[in-house]
Design a protein around this ligand. Structure first.
Ligand code: M6R
Length: 614
């Protein structure tokens, strides 16, 4: 969850590169940050609690003329030890000669710590990380080279780690290590940048090497060697990243989240481009072409993911069963991996993930592979671990998503899942006319999303002003839009800290109806569809108990508008595509409530963008 950056090269101010990189990674963790570099043959370390800007203020007056050509940095999301300066990274060994930054969790750190304490080591922090740096020192003392000492040490660690390590006596290199936590090395012109994800790198180079688990990289400014933990050389491919640096800036928007909400028309356009075959009522998905070979043997699909990605998978269950015509399950990745799931070589397990690095999703994918299932990824970050390990997949092409609350990735996940369902359906029970209807309407979705953004932004802001002091919210939806109720509630919870629950509208009378009184705003997704009339009854039940109803309805709606307290209108589309439109006002409502409350929507408390620990 932490962000790490290392730089070695010819820039006169390596710290600038590292601080810039940390800012791009701040969404990975933001409770404290630190940097280190070499000056006068000593490591200099600066750490601060809070945002990177606090750290930046502290280092801005350093005279860089005497500073080395390397620097490392870290932005922390605390696991072991509280949010304090001593617990912030980098961590330095007792001799002061080795320093490192770490992303991950060392499970056997207390045993190792005891062993090192017996040997006379002193520990200054409560972190698991300080053990690693002293373990490397101990192996160097035993006459091992820096490289061998790192390999010997990491072999003794259990848990997960992405590391960037520097040794004072060998300032021409940094060593990066990966086991369970992502590490990418940027191959620049006379410079190399190591980071936990590509956001910190793309400003300097688009050529990157992804380390796999159990690999180390010996990184010099003009040379990168990779090895496995047995010390054997490993040959790596260089990937070219297609993200533009502009997409990593907020532009004229006050927050990344708002920018990303408004980027959705373009993001969806990028997701469908070249993939829709209108005449055939079909789709072309190069990344899953080999699924064709199994299509008539498939017993079921299982979507796995966490948080918002899980809700996209839930939409997938409805869509795949309806238009794909195949049994479909959905599971939290964290539950799937530990509950001995019933999957077989005839089942397709689909890992859904924006980052492609979420630990629970990755491990669930690996579990599905161990069970021999067919696996695929629906992923945003190109070259990420899930994308690489899934075997086949669909990139959602949403572009970089920086806001911790996922928005454009969610809509694009749904779009990708709908295309996957058409792919399967057209080889099974979906006829050409139904296929054409879905495909031609999907083509219009970017325009409709644009329209929805423009028409619902003000009204959701007005509604936010009425309800920002509410302590609870209920979100109701049915069928395809039940997961949208859950997603609307999640958005509100994570950025506004208001308790919210999503419920299938008809389930309300089986319990949650007891919560309803005049203080309970109830957001109802009530656009036209097969169970529209049932939703009307559900709204009446809320009204009869004094609840305040905020309805999301179609523009030509007559009935629900009459019985609701607040109405947000959205354009019509076919029912299967309605979740893509209906989530837009819910994203905006959450955003406006959080900003009216003065909260930092891009970095909500306690959260991190990529959850790379279990
Ligand atoms: O990167 P992933 O899509 O795998 O992330 C999964 C969840 O951690 C993520 O969706 C999380 O729930 C977001 N904060 C939701 O806005």
């Amino acid at each position: 969850m932490c962000g790490i950056v290392g730089y070695i090269g010819v820039k006169s101010n390596p710290l600038e590169v590292v601080i810039e990189g940390l800012k791009q990674l701040e969404y990975r963790g933001y409770d404290s940050a630190g940097v280190a570099f070499i000056e006068d043959s000593k490591f200099r370390i600066y750490k601060e609690v809070g945002k990177i800007s606090n750290l930046e203020a502290k280092v801005k007056n350093i005279d860089f003329s005497k500073v080395s050509n390397l620097a490392i940095g870290h932005t922390r999301w605390a696991t072991h030890g509280g949010v304090t300066v001593p617990n912030a990274h980098p961590h330095i060994s007792n001799s002061g000669e080795i320093i490192l930054v770490h992303n991950g969790v060392i499970e056997n750190y207390s045993v190792l710590k005891e062993m090192l304490v017996r040997k006379g080591y002193y520990f200054y922090s409560q972190t698991d990380t300080e053990v690693i740096v002293n373990l490397i020192e101990e192996h160097i003392k035993e006459d091992n080279t820096f490289e061998d000492a790192v390999i010997l040490s990491v072999k003794e660690l259990s848990g997960t780690f992405g590391l960037v390590i520097s040794y004072l006596k060998e300032p021409d290199k940094l060593i990066a290590v990966r086991k369970g936590s992502p590490i990418v090395v940027g191959v620049g012109d006379n410079e190399s940048i190591i980071a936990s994800d590509i956001n910190a790198i793309v400003k300097h180079t688009k050529n990157v090497i992804y380390l796999e688990d159990g690999e180390i990289a010996i990184v010099r400014k003009d040379d990168i060697k990779t090895k496995d933990f047995a010390g054997e050389d490993v040959k790596k491919d260089v990937f070219v990243v297609d993200w533009e640096i502009e997409s990593l800036n907020k532009g004229n928007y006050p927050h990344y989240m708002l920018k990303e909400i408004f980027e959705q028309p373009v993001a969806i356009e990028n997701c469908i481009r070249g993939r829709l075959l209108e005449d055939e009522g079909a789709v072309k998905l190069g990344g899953i072409a080999k699924l064709e070979n199994y299509i008539h043997k498939i017993r079921k699909f299982v979507f796995i993911g966490c948080g918002t990605a899980y809700y996209a998978g839930m939409v997938g269950k409805y869509v795949m069963e309806n238009i794909g015509g195949i049994l479909t399950e959905v599971d939290y990745a964290s539950e799937f991996r530990y509950r001995n799931p019933m999957v077989s070589p005839r089942d397709v397990v689909v890992a859904v993930s924006q980052s492609g690095e979420t630990m629970d999703t990755l491990e669930a994918l690996r579990e599905a592979k161990r069970k021999g299932s067919i696996t695929m990824g629906i992923v945003n970050v190109v070259g990420s671990t899930i994308a690489r390990e899934a075997g086949m997949g669909i990139y959602i092409h949403a572009g970089p998503e920086i806001g911790v609350a996922s928005t454009k990735a969610f809509t694009n996940m749904m779009v990708a899942i709908i295309m996957l369902s058409v792919f399967v359906g057209r080889r099974k029970r979906l006829g050409i006319f139904e296929g054409r209807e879905i495909v031609s309407n999907l083509k219009k979705i970017p325009e409709l999303v644009e329209y929805t953004l423009n028409t619902t932004n003000k009204i959701t802001n007005d509604i936010a002003k009425e309800f920002y002091k509410s302590r609870n919210f209920l979100y109701l939806g049915r069928h395809y839009n039940y997961p949208i109720a859950l997603e609307g509630a999640l958005k509100l919870k994570e950025i506004s800290y208001i308790h919210a629950e999503g419920y299938p509208a008809a389930e309300m009378k089986h319990g949650p109806i007891a919560l309803i009184d005049e203080n309970m705003p109830v957001v109802v997704i009530a656009t036209k569809g097969s169970i529209y009339s049932k939703i009307i009854s559900n709204i009446q039940e809320v009204k009869a108990r004094g609840g305040k109803v905020i309805s999301i309805v179609n523009e030509d709606d007559k009935e629900i508008s009459k019985i609701s307290d607040y109405v947000v209108t959205v354009p019509n589309t076919i029912e299967v595509l309605s979740p893509i439109i209906n989530v837009i006002p819910l994203q905006l409502l959450a955003y406006h409530i959080a900003t009216i409350k003065g909260l930092d929507v891009d970095k909500p408390r306690n959260l991190a963008k990529s959850v790379t620990v279990e």
